[in-house]
Design a protein around this ligand. Structure first.
Ligand code: UT7
Length: 331
């Protein structure tokens, strides 16, 4: 179906807190070691946002950079979507806090919860409003303060996550530019393998839920790994195939950064060399909704992306959710 408009990323930025948590630091906190973490995950360190600041702080910082880069008046933003599983509070939405901070008086704003697929989901949702002509400027942000939901006595999860945010601006573009195609999936049967049970309406916070540590992430790593590798590889291969492309047509592959071994498995399936991928898991670990826009933003900053490049995004995470998106870089 032909769309009235194309939606393209016309600006991108990211923000990472300064404080580093290294593998050596974690060795002092739990029974683990640098060699295990590096060889099993590819992670060397992650960034941690200080206490007293929430995810909106990360988003605000990333948006400040984006607005300056684009010389954009916040009043011109039509819609703000924040993809996050670590909102500042249950309600109001973090996107509303951001809307107020920015003074984006003409924007409506909401959060989207799709864990590590959050940015992909939000990008596709935001693009619909541009493609129909309803909106001209949509801000889509992927951000998480994962350190706020990590149990730093659980060695199986605490090594994996970090904090960070990436933001993009979506605007109408020429027909052959921007988002071309997407594939998004969900399978709620994955809920038992990766979740945070406490604090919602099913298990409202009580002394008992806190004693049982239900406010922390729980993951059966091996199960999630078994799901993530084929899912991300399959959904990436599928979107290429249905667009008549092969691996070597991709100028930059931006995968979710959960585990270097998951990324390697996908690269192998696509027959893509590592040089074509944006990989920063060694420095930032898994920032959930933040990983893809942060990695893409860094690649743009490093001059690795030029107008007309074909870019593939892919992710898999809690829900389960997984998906891919194919775009042509527009600026
Ligand atoms: O973005 C959200 C989606 N999440 C993911 O995609 C994560 C997917 N899963 C993974 O990345 C991997 O499963 C992990 C990195 C979480 C774990 O790697 P693994 O190769 O699957 O290890 P494992 O869970 O099979 O554990 C192997 C061994 C176990 O010991 P035994 O039972 O073999 O004696 C663990 O107890 O490693 C042990 N272990 C550790 N050892 C040192 C687990 N965590 C650690 C640790 N340090 N931090």
């Amino acid at each position: 179906m032909k769309k009235p408009f194309s939606a393209a990323i016309t600006g991108i930025s990211h923000y990472l807190p300064e404080q580093r948590l290294t593998n050596a630091d974690l060795e002092k906190m739990v029974e683990t070691n640098d060699e295990w973490i590096r060889s099993r995950t590819g992670i060397a360190e992650r960034r941690i946002l200080e206490d007293g600041k929430g995810t909106s702080y990360l988003v605000n910082k990333a948006m400040d950079i984006l607005l300056e880069q684009k010389s954009l008046d916040p009043k011109d933003i039509d819609l703000i979507i924040v993809a996050t599983i670590t909102p500042d509070m249950i309600f109001p939405a973090t996107a509303c806090l951001v809307q107020e901070y920015l003074g984006a008086k003409n924007a409506w704003a909401f959060d989207l919860s799709a864990a590590c697929c959050g940015f992909l989901y939000a990008l596709v949702v935001g693009a619909q409003f541009v493609e129909t002509g309803a909106h001209k400027k949509v801000a889509v942000i992927g951000a998480d303060k994962m350190s706020s939901v990590v149990d730093y006595t659980d060695r199986e999860t605490c090594i994996l996550f970090g904090d960070g945010a990436g933001a993009v601006l979506l605007e109408p573009a020429e027909e052959n530019m921007g988002l071309h195609d997407f594939i998004l999936h969900a399978d709620g049967s994955g809920k038992k393998h990766l979740n945070q049970l406490g604090g919602g309406s099913l298990h409202p916070a009580t002394h008992e839920t806190v004693d049982q540590k239900l406010h922390y992430i729980r993951q059966q790593g091996r199960e999630v790994f078994r799901f993530a590798v084929p899912s991300m590889a399959e959904v990436s291969a599928q979107i290429l195939e249905r667009n008549g492309l092969v691996g070597k047509d991709i100028d930059l592959f931006v995968p979710h950064q959960a585990n270097k071994r998951i990324i390697d498995g996908t690269l192998k399936r696509l027959n893509l060399p590592e040089e074509r991928a944006a990989i920063n898991i060694d420095r930032y670990a898994n920032t959930a909704a933040g990983t893809i826009p942060i990695a893409l933003s860094e690649a743009v900053e490093q001059g690795r992306v030029k107008r007309g490049d074909t870019i593939l995004l892919a992710s898999a995470g809690a829900g389960y959710t997984w998906g891919s998106a194919l775009l042509t870089w527009a600026y």
